[in-house]
Design a protein around this ligand. Sequence first.
Ligand code: ADP
Length: 274
Amino acid sequence: TFEVHIGSLQADAPGTGVVLFFRDLTSARRLEAMRADFVANASHELRTPLASLLGFIETLQGPARDDPKARERFLDIMKGQAERMRRLIDDLLSLSRIEMRAHLSPTQTVDLASIAAQMVETLSPLAQERGVTIQARLPDRPTPVRGDRDELLRVAENLIENAVKYGESGGRVEVEVARIGASDGDQGPHVAFSVQDYGPGIAPEHLPRLTERFYRADVAQSRDKGGTGLGLAIVKHIVTRHRGRFSIESEPGKGARFTVTLPGAEAGRPADPM
Ligand code: ADP
C-alpha cells in the first residue's frame, strides 16, 4: 500500500510539472502492528503473575487466614511471582534503553576475553547449583573490541545463563573467545565469542524466530526456568548496535551454539599475526 501526495511546482519555475510523493504505508503499518503486538504481549506477560498474586492474596485473607503452614507456602509462591514480574520489567527497561541508543556507536574499547572471564566467574555458583561445569577457552592476548562494557556483559550473561539453564544438568558449557582474521567483505580482524551447550538443542523451525521478543521454543519450559522470553532479543539488539553478527546453530538432541562476532577495535588495519 502506498500513500500518494500530489503537489505542484511553482508556476514560474522552469520545467513546471507535478510531483508525486510516495510513502510506503505497508512498512509503516507493519511497524505499528508490531508495536501494538509488543504492548499486548508485555501486558499479558505481566498480567499472568499479577493474577496469580491477587489470587493468593485473596486466599490469604480468606480460607488460609489461620493456617500458618499454607501461609508460608503461599508467601514463597508469591515471592516467586513478584520476582518474575521484576525480571520482566528489568528486561523491558533494558530493551528500551538499548533501543534508545541504537543509533549511537559504542566508543569505549573493551577486552572481550575479560568480559567473558568475568561472567563465567559470576555465573559459576548458578552452574554449580545446577551441576553444570563451565569450561572457558580464552586467548592469552587481549581481544579489544569497540563496545559498551555493561552491554557486552549482558550479552555474555544471557547466553551463558541460557546454556546453563537449558543445557543438560550434569553437563558442560563451553565459553570461547577467539580472534579471527578478516573474512569476505569484512575489514580487519574480528573477535568471536561463543557459548556451546550439550543440552536438547533447538528444532530448526524455531531458530529464525528466537530473537523475537517473547518468542520461546517451549513456553512452559521457559516459564518454569524463570525466563522472560526477552534474553535473546536483548542480545540481538546489543550486537546490532555493536555492528556485530549473531548466529545460532543447533543439532537437536546434541546441543546449541550461540556465536557473537564483533569487529576488532583495530578494524581497518591488517590483522595482527595470531
Ligand atoms: P528465555 O527467557 O525464555 O530464556 P530467551 O530470549 O533467552 O528467553 O530465549 C528464547 C528461547 O530460546 C527460550 O525460551 C528457549 O526456548 C530457547 N533457548 C535459548 N537458549 C537455549 C539453549 N541454550 N538451548 C535450548 N534452547 C534455548
